[in-house]
Design a protein around this ligand. Structure first.
Ligand code: ZN
Length: 93
């Protein structure tokens, strides 16, 4: 069974869920194994793995996209909090 990855969906998706979402891409079983180890902070196990160029590219694409998604969300949240703070300051005056 091929699973999929989707930043907006929060990570790995089964084929059933992947079919209903945009911007989804297939994830190899090996990539899923590495991501699972990283998720569990098992860096020793990850360092023992033999990661070839193809798997490296896949993980790079996956993690870069996910981090970018998370950072943009955080930046938007920070901007929203600034807006809220500014409004409260205006109301107090
Ligand atoms: Zn599902």
């Amino acid at each position: 069974m091929t699973n999929y990855f989707n930043h907006l969906g929060g990570g790995t998706l089964c084929p059933g869920c992947a079919g209903t979402r945009p911007m989804v891409y297939a994830l190899t079983v090996n990539a899923q194994k590495v991501l699972r180890l990283l998720q569990g902070y098992d860096y020793n196990a990850v360092s023992r793995l033999k990661i070839d160029d193809e798997l490296s590219r896949e993980l790079d694409l996956c993690m870069n996209g996910y981090l970018k998604h998370l950072l943009e969300k955080n930046i938007k949240s920070a901007a929203w909090l600034d807006t809220l703070r500014d409004q409260r300051m205006t109301l107090k005056q």
